[in-house]
Design a protein around this ligand. Structure first.
Ligand SMILES: Nc1nc2c(ncn2[C@@H]2O[C@@H]3COP(=O)(O)O[C@H]4[C@@H](O)[C@H](n5cnc6c(=O)[nH]c(N)nc65)O[C@@H]4COP(=O)(O)O[C@H]3[C@H]2O)c(=O)[nH]1
Length: 526
C-alpha cells in the first residue's frame, strides 16, 4: 500500500511545483520592472543635467565674447543691438541684458520701462563658473511665463525655464527638478519634487535610484558644476510595466511549472509503482540469479561464486538490484525477495556440490533479513535443499546488518555452528568503525570496490594507507579477505602483494548464468 506520507509529500511537492515558477515569474517581473523604471528615471535626471549645463555653457560662451565688445554706456543702442544679435545666436538664451545691483537696467527685449527689479539671486557664485542664478522670474508683458535669469559679471541672460525641462520630458509623466549644490530650492522645476529626496545625494558624477512616496526616484549629480537633477516617475508606471512583463513571462512560468509537475508526478509514480511492480515480478517469476566467480589470488582457481539477483522485465530490460533493492527494503518486500533468492539458489545449485565439492555459493542477506526470527533455521534448511556440505554455502551481510551487535553476534555464531561461513560485505563504506569488527566472529571480509579502485588512482599513496589498515585489521582478526571489483592486473598484483587471498571482478569474469558457470568449472577441473 502506498504510504499516506508519500501522497502528502507528493501533493506538497506538486503544489510547490505549481506555485514556485509563478511566484518566481511575478517576482522577476516586478524586479525587472523596477530596474527598468529606475533606469528610465536616471536617464531623465541625466538628460536634465546635461540640458541645464548646456544652457549654462552657451550663456557663458556668449558672455565671454560679448563682455569685451560692450564699451561706453552699456545701455546704448549699439550695445543693445550687440546683445540682441548674441542672444539670437544661442538656442536657449532668449535675451541678454545689463544688471546693476539687483536691477535689470536694460535688455535686448526692448521693454519700454527698462529698469526691472530681478530680486536677490537664488544662488550666487556657482562652483566652477561663478555664475549667479535667479529663478521664478516674471517679466512684465511676457505673460505668466517663469524665467531663469543667469548672471555673469554685469551681463544677464534670460532663459525660458519651462522649455528647458519640457525638452527633456517630451510629454512623459515625470516630475523633474534641477538643484544647485547648496540650495534646497530648485533652479528649474517641472512638477512636484520633494527636497527630501536630496537628503543623501550621490557623489559628484554618480547616480542613485530608489522608491519613495509612490514614486520611482532617480538622482544624478554632475561632476563639474555640482548641479543635481531629480526625476520622479509615479509608481503607477511601475505597476503598468510589471503587468506588461508578467504578460510575457507568465506563459513561460506556466510551461516551466507544467514540466516540473510532470517530472515530479512521473518520478513519484515510478517510485510509488516500484513496490507494486516488484510484487507482480515475484508472482510472474521474473527474478533470476547470476554468479560472479571468486578466485584464489595465489592459484587463479575459481573457489566459489557470489549469487547476484537480477530482474528481467517482460520487455526484456534487465534491472540491477541497486535500483529495486532499496524499494524492496523500504516497502518490506525484501523478505519475499530474499525467499525468492533462496528458492532460485536451491534450484540452480542442484547437484553442483556433488560435482564440485570444494566450491561455494555466497548469498547476500539484507540487513533487515538478518534480524528476522527464523533466519538461521531458514538458511540451515536451504543448505540441506542445496545438498550443500559445510562451507558450500556462504552468507554475506552488509555492515548495516551488524548494527544490533548482540543479536548479530548470536546469529553469526549459530550460522557458523551450522557450517555456514559468514562474510562482511561492503566493508569500510558503512558507519561502523574498524574496531567494531572485533566483536563479531566472522570468516571473511569483503574489501569494497571503492578501495580496490583507489589502487589505480592518483592518490594511491593516501588511500593505499586505508587499504593496508583494513588488511592489517583483517589479518589481526584472522579473517580471510575477498577483494571486490578487480578490473586490472595492477590491482590484482598489488592485492596479492598485500596478502589478500581472494578476488572477484571483471578481470576474471562478469557474472554468469549457472549453466555457464558449471561449464567453466568443468573445463577448469577437467
Ligand atoms: N564496475 C564493476 N562492477 C563489478 C565488478 N565486479 C563485480 N561488480 C558488481 O559489483 C557488485 C558487487 O556486489 P555487492 O558489493 O555484493 O553489491 C550488491 C549487493 O549488495 C546487492 N545485491 C545483489 N544481489 C543481491 C541479493 O540477492 N540479495 C541482496 N540482499 N542484495 C543483493 O546489490 C549490489 C549490486 O549488485 P550488482 O548490481 O549485481 O553489482 C555487483 C557486481 O555485478 C567489476 O569488476 N567492476
Amino acid at each position: 500500500m502506498v504510504k499516506l506520507s508519500s501522497i502528502v509529500v507528493t501533493l506538497l511537492i506538486a503544489a510547490i511545483g505549481i506555485a514556485a515558477p509563478i511566484v518566481f515569474v511575478l517576482g522577476l517581473a516586478r524586479q525587472q520592472g523596477l530596474e527598468a523604471e529606475q533606469t528610465r528615471a536616471l536617464e531623465f535626471a541625466g538628460e536634465a543635467l546635461a540640458k541645464t549645463e548646456a544652457t549654462f555653457d552657451s550663456f557663458l560662451g556668449v558672455v565671454t565674447q560679448l563682455a569685451p565688445m560692450i564699451v561706453g554706456e552699456p545701455c546704448e543702442v549699439e550695445n543693445l543691438n550687440l546683445m540682441e544679435y548674441a542672444a539670437l545666436r544661442t538656442r536657449d538664451v532668449k535675451a541678454l541684458g545689463y544688471v546693476s545691483g539687483n536691477q535689470l537696467v536694460c535688455s535686448s527685449m526692448n521693454i519700454d520701462d527698462r529698469v526691472f527689479d530681478l530680486g536677490e539671486p537664488l544662488v550666487s557664485g556657482l562652483p566652477d563658473t561663478q555664475m549667479s542664478v535667479r529663478n521664478d522670474v516674471y517679466i512684465p508683458r511676457l505673460g505668466e511665463l517663469e524665467f531663469l535669469v543667469l548672471q555673469k559679471g554685469n551681463i544677464a541672460g534670460v532663459v525660458q525655464a519651462q522649455a528647458t525641462l519640457e525638452n527633456v520630458t517630451r510629454g512623459a509623466q515625470v516630475n523633474l527638478a534641477v538643484f544647485s549644490a547648496d540650495s534646497s530650492a530648485p533652479l528649474l522645476k517641472n512638477g512636484d519634487v520633494s527636497a527630501d529626496w536630496l537628503q543623501a545625494p550621490p557623489d559628484a558624477g554618480d547616480t542613485r535610484a530608489f522608491l519613495s512616496d509612490g514614486y520611482i526616484v532617480g538622482v544624478a549629480r554632475a561632476a563639474r558644476s555640482g548641479l543635481t537633477a531629480v526625476a520622479a516617475i509615479p509608481r503607477a508606471a511601475l505597476d503598468r510595466r510589471t503587468r506588461e512583463l508578467t504578460g510575457y513571462l507568465l506563459p513561460v512560468g506556466a510551461v516551466a511549472g507544467a514540466v516540473l509537475i510532470w517530472a515530479i508526478l512521473f518520478l513519484s509514480r515510478h517510485q510509488m509503482a516500484l513496490p507494486q511492480a516488484i510484487r507482480a515480478a515475484l508472482r510472474a517469476k521474473q527474478f533470476f540469479l547470476v554468479y560472479q566467480p571468486i578466485v584464489d589470488l595465489e592459484t587463479g582457481r575459481w573457489t566459489g561464486a557470489e549469487a547476484l539477483i537480477r530482474w528481467r522485465r517482460p520487455n526484456g530490460e534487465v534491472i540491477s538490484p541497486e535500483v529495486f533493492m532499496p524499494a524492496a527494503e523500504e516497502s518490506g518486500l525484501i523478505h519475499d525477495v530474499t525467499e525468492r533468492l533462496f528458492q532460485l539458489a536451491a534450484r540452480d545449485a542442484r547437484d553442483l556440490f556433488r560435482d564440485f565439492p570444494d566450491f561455494h555459493i555466497s548469498l547476500n542477506v539484507s540487513a533487515r533479513d538478518i534480524h528476522d526470527a527464523g533466519i538461521v533455521e531458514r538458511l540451515v534448511a536451504l543448505k540441506q535443499q542445496m545438498h550443500a556440505g559445510d562451507g558450500n554455502l556462504f552468507v554475506e551481510i552488509t555492515e548495516r546488518g551488524l548494527t544490533r551487535p548482540e543479536q548479530a553476534i548470536s546469529i553469526i555464531h549459530a550460522l557458523r555452528e551450522s557450517g555456514i561461513p559468514v562474510a562482511v560485505d561492503d566493508f569500510g563504506t558503512g558507519y561502523s568503525s574498524l574496531s567494531y569488527l572485533e566483536s563479531f566472529d566472522l570468516d571473511y571480509l569483503k574489501i569494497d570496490k571503492f578501495f580496490v579502485d583507489c589502487i589505480d588512482s592518483e592518490d594511491e599513496a593516501v588511500t593505499g594507507k586505508v587499504l593496508t589498515h583494513i588488511i592489517e585489521l583483517a589479518r589481526s582478526l584472522d579473517l580471510r579477505m575477498i577483494a571486490e571489483g578487480v578490473e586490472t592486473t595492477h590491482q590484482r598484483d598489488q592485492l596479492r602483494r598485500y596478502g589478500v587471498q581472494f578476488a572477484q571482478g571483471w578481470l576474471y569474469a562478469k557474472p554468469l548464468r549457472m549453466a555457464e558457470l558449471r561449464e567453466r568449472l568443468g573445463e577448469e577441473a577437467g
